[in-house]
Write a protein that binds this ligand. Structure first.
Ligand code: CA
Length: 229
């Protein structure tokens, strides 16, 4: 299921650090993409938007801060989660980074554990469906790391698309989503599938959830939601 891994763009020009970060991310179950300068970072972001960026401050072509400002000024990328990586520990630099739209800040040298914790915290905050915490509603629980779904503690069989759909619903409970929004959020806007396909997967998801099928509500002429109520 490598396509479902959270893609993290690492913009870092020091090979040893890039390697350590890459190893740390892979160990945590994420998919690192490494680039070593601002231009390559910008090209990569345009080609395939990552879920999160780890951005070094001092880069050979342009500062990480400049790239950050450029991202934040672009509507498409304004909300991308960004953690600045830097050797600078001066208070004013920290403030400059945060003022320019960094979501968090990790000072080198950092431990792999600290980095993983910061990424997890940011993903939980900004993209709850990409976190690693177990998601639950009523008798249903979903483990994003092992890709297992259980009902009353017993593992159930669930298809790939239904798993993604359930994960998204669990991360955004009590909110109604249109078919179009679900296509966009769950399948990605580059995928050409029809809105009716969403209905098919919702049907299959309900079937997989057995007696907990009533968690998935149809909201007439709007779409679907997951709610325990
Ligand atoms: Ca650097």
């Amino acid at each position: 299921m490598s396509n479902d891994k959270v893609r993290i763009l690492v913009v870092e020009d020091e090979p040893a650090i890039a390697e350590l970060v890459s190893y740390t991310l892979r160990e945590a179950g994420w998919l690192p993409v490494i680039v070593s300068n601002s231009q390559d970072a910008w090209d990569e972001i345009q080609a395939r938007m990552p879920q999160l960026i780890l951005l070094d401050w001092m880069l050979p072509d342009q500062s990480g801060l400049r790239l950050l400002s450029r991202l934040r000024a672009d509507r498409q990328f304004a909300a991308l989660p960004v953690i600045m990586l830097t050797a600078k520990s001066m208070e004013e630099d920290k403030i400059a980074g945060l003022n320019n739209g960094a979501d968090d800040y990790v000072t080198k040298p950092f431990s792999p554990r600290e980095l993983t914790a910061r990424i997890n915290a940011l993903l939980r905050r900004k993209l709850p469906e990409h976190g690693q915490a177990t998601l639950t509603a009523g008798p249903v629980s979903l483990d994003p790391v092992s890709f297992e779904v259980s009902l009353h503690g017993a593992r159930i069989e669930i298809g790939h698309a239904e798993f993604k759909l359930l994960k998204f619903f669990l991360a955004h409970q009590d909110r109604v989503f249109s078919r179009d929004q679900l296509l966009d959020k769950v399948w990605g806007d580059h995928v050409a599938i029809e809105e009716r396909t969403v209905d098919v997967h919702v049907l299959r998801l309900r079937k997989a959830l057995k007696e907990a099928d009533n968690l998935i509500k149809t909201v007439r002429s709007v779409g679907y939601m997951l709610s325990e109520k």
